[in-house]
Every structure is written in structure tokens, then in C-alpha cells.
Design a protein around this ligand. Sequence first.
Ligand code: B12
Ligand code: SF4
Length: 467
Amino acid sequence: MFKIIRLAPKKGNRHADGNDQIGPRMTMKIAFIQAPLGRPEPLIYPLGIVTLAGAVPDHHSVRILDPNRSGIPETEKQIKQYCPDVICLSIRNLDSQIKRDLFYYYLYLKDFINQLRIWSPDSVLVAGGSGFSLFPEKIMKDNPGLDFGVFLEADAILPQLLNNLASPESVKGVYYRSGRDTLYSGIPALPKPEEFGRPRYDLLDPGPYQANGGVGVQTKRGCPLTCVYCTYPHLNGTDLRLLPVENVLNEIRILKNDYGINNITFVDGVFNIPKSRTELLLRSLAAKKTDIQWRAWFTEQGFDKEFAELCRDTGCPEFSFSPDGFDTETCSRLGKTTRRQDIERIFNIARETPGIRVAFNFFWNPPGQTFRNWLQMMMFTVRCKLVLRKKAGGIIFGNPRIEPHTPLMDIAVQDGILSSESNLLPDTQDDLKNTFYSNPSTRYLDLIYTVYEAMWKIRTRLFRNRK
Ligand code: B12
Ligand code: SF4
């Protein structure tokens, strides 16, 4: 049976103009819930649902719950008290994507969805979020408790779906049930900047979240670069959709003045493109004397000393780069625009500029890897430690998680690591280990990686004990 039968208005729910038929302006109680991760993790402000709540029309009643902060029992209590008509579950993370610290959040999430169904059997359950949008069909199939799923950014879609719960096929981007089948209403357009929700900080205090790198602030969506392993072009498109600088400054002002937030993270895939607009944002921030600490992800492209100083002087203590490969050939194979000389340039800027730190992420054994290249990458690491000393913010090695809709998936199939039928969202954590790329022609490097992994684990344990 089609579960929308759940939407008979509950006691107290009224159409905004007085009658209580299901219809576009019926007032509903909507609970946004961030999916719990299943293990303690640094607390991240759930910007997706905080933003989405800002796109929901005012006549609805809205709450935001984050079990990662409040715990599961408190979430259960809140849901049972509130009795939402609609639960919007944000599935952001599926797995840790780090082989040396692998954790499969998705296994835990499946249990949580079953729990939600027991706590609130009459609510309509809608899923969405970046994790969901990577595997929408599989997640709908694995979790019969979900009534709807929304593909990609939902700022425009969710309000339409709320108006059309009985005719989801009329709203693009929606997965819905019909008997035993799951149907899809068709590819949606990504929202324009003026359609993005404005974060509803009033519904979830950002204060407790600022310790871990800061509260997220978005300045744009989309990325035009072409890194082969990256999911962002699939999730947010390849065109940059820029929020007006004034809007961004306004969010920062509200966070600072109303919630005492001094630390923010710009959540854009790449912060410093287009460069001129980033400079404008930073100069305007300086002019407002906002006095905040911020961090972001940068591309080496166009990053010069003057820009580094502008960032430093407006509150950025550390620059994170992901050249991923070290020599130009490996970088090209990874679809990066970065060249070896760009990495050296960043190194020199860090050496010459007081008050800045740089961090680099590299892949241990990516497509295009050679022993010579690996050795040079190791020598660069040592050089960073010896020359940059405290200015070297960290050099991290990993292997890319192979995600769907990425060119890396095709490379992995060509290299015999996967078959085109492989399940990238498997049923066990053991099988999840097979979703990481490691270049077969330099497989012996994996042995050295096991030593690196072991050292990393010992270091993490020692650090935790000391804390
Ligand atoms: C910035 C970022 C971070 C920052 C966050 C900084 C901060 N203070 O906020 C840091 C580096 C800390 C981080 C950490 C992690 N991240 Co991260 N992160 C991102 C990134 C780039 C943007 C997230 C964001 O804030 N977007 C802005 C908001 C407004 O958009 P949104 O959340 O996507 O929400 C929209 C839609 O998804 C949708 N939506 C969201 N929720 C819902 C719910 C419903 C019901 C509906 C209908 C729609 C919907 O509508 C929203 C508005 O359009 C995404 C990649 C991406 N392009 O999305 C990865 C991403 C979410 N991260 C990812 C991962 C894996 C992680 C980590 C697990 C990595 C790790 N091992 O540490 C941790 C988890 C941290 C945690 N506790 O949750 C993955 C998740 C996919 C997966 N395979 O699991 C992503 C997709 C990147 C990737 N590699 O593919 N992350
Ligand atoms: S620059 Fe960053 S966000 Fe853009 S494609 Fe590369 S990894 Fe993805």
C-alpha cells in the first residue's frame, strides 16, 4: 500500500486557511534529523539540514535534531514528544573513506532507520543528503522504511515535495514507492544561488560545534575542476554557483554577533576560485573588522604570496592543499591541474611568509604512480619537516575511496581492481576494504603503507591517552 496514507492530518494540524484537507498549505510538523554516525566523531554542524530548514515555507513547524550531539535516547524522546508529520533524514556520510581508520556508518544507519519507523510509525520519512545522492537506488532498496528520497541539493525540491506528498511523480528529483517498486521522477535542475536556503541557526545553536575547525559557511556550490576521484562534480555540478558576497558576510556577522562564533570553515570544494571573487570576499571581511579565524580548502592554481598574506591577515592560520600526486604526470593522471612546480611554489611561499602553515594531502599509490615518483614524494615530505618545521601543518597519505560516477571508477575497472558490476556500497565492512584504489603496478608500496598505518595508529592512541 502507498504509505502516504500516513498524511491524514493529525490533531492540531490545520490548513493555513482553516480547513484540514491535505493540500499545499497544510501546516505540518517537520523534524530534520542528522543521521547518527555510530561512533564518536568530531562534532560537525549539520549545515545541510540547517540550510534546508531555511528553504521550508514559514507556515510549517520545523525542528532540527542532531543525535551525534544529543545522543540517541534524547533523539527518541524528542521525536516521540514532537510527533512529526514528516521526518527529513540527512544521510551525509556513508563511510569514513580512510582505509587506516575504516568505519562503515551506513551499517549503523540502516538500524537507525528501523528505529525511526518504530518511534514514529505514522511519519512520512524522507531521505536526502550527499551520502544518499551517491547511492540513491541502493539506499532506497536496502531501506524499505524510507518513503521518499531526494536526489542532490533539495532547497527547491523539498518545499515542492511537501506540497505534493500525494503526487511525488510531479516533482523532479524524487524517489518514491509504488507498491513494491521504487520509481524516480526524473533528473532535477540544481538550484540557483537565490534559491539556496538561508541557514536557520536559530533552530540549532552553532555554539557547541565550533571547537572542531569551526562552523561551516558556504560561499558557493559546484566545482569546475576535474579530479578523477572526486564526487563533488556529481553532487554539486561543474558550474560555480556563487552566493553574493554580501550574503556570506551577513551569515558570518550573524554567527559572530548572535552566537559568539569565532571559528568558521568555508565548506566550498575549493575556496580560492574564482580568485578575484575570493579576494573581494576577504577584503570585505577585513573592512568589516570581523575578527574571526577561518579555514578552507585551496587549489594551488593562482595561489601566490600576496594571496597567502591576505588570507593570513583576515584570520586563516593554515592552508590545506590536495595535490594528491607529486610529479606532474601522476597529477595529470589524477585529472589535477596541479604541476610539480606548483607544489614547490607553495613550499617556497610557506618558507618565505611569516605566520602561515601549509598542509598537503597525497595519495600513496594512485594511478600513474612509479617508484621514483613515490621516493621523490617521500623526500619532499622530509624536506617539509626539516625546512618548514612548524610551518608544515601536516602531510597526510591515503588511498582514494572509489566512488560511483567518478572517472576513478572506470580506471579501477580498467586496472582490474573492480568489475563494472562491483557493489561500491557493500553489505559488510570487510567488503568495503575492497573499494579503495591502489595501483597494481606498484602494489609492493602497499607493504610499506602497512607500516605507515601501524605507526599512525600508535601515534593516534598515544595522543588520545595523553589527552
Ligand atoms: C565541508 C565538508 C567537510 C568538512 C566539514 C566542515 C564543517 N565545519 O562543516 C570536514 C572536513 C570537517 C568534513 C568531514 C567529514 N566528511 Co565531509 N564533506 C564536506 C563537503 C565538501 C561539504 C559539506 C557541506 O557542508 N555542504 C554544504 C551543505 C549546505 O550541503 P549538503 O550537506 O550537501 O546539503 C544539501 C544536500 O545534500 C541536500 N540534503 C542534505 N540533507 C538532506 C536531508 C534531506 C531529507 C533532503 C531531502 C536533502 C538533504 O540538501 C542540502 C541543501 O542543498 C562534502 C562534499 C559535498 N560536495 O557535499 C563532504 C562529504 C559530505 N564528506 C564526506 C566524508 C566521508 C567526511 C568524513 C567522514 C571524512 C572523515 N573520515 O573524517 C568526515 C565526517 C565528519 C562528520 N562528523 O560528519 C563525504 C561523504 C560521502 C561518503 N562516502 O561517506 C562527502 C560527500 C565528500 C566525499 N568525499 O564524497 N567534511
Ligand atoms: S578541486 Fe576539489 S572539489 Fe574540485 S574536483 Fe578536485 S577534489 Fe573535487
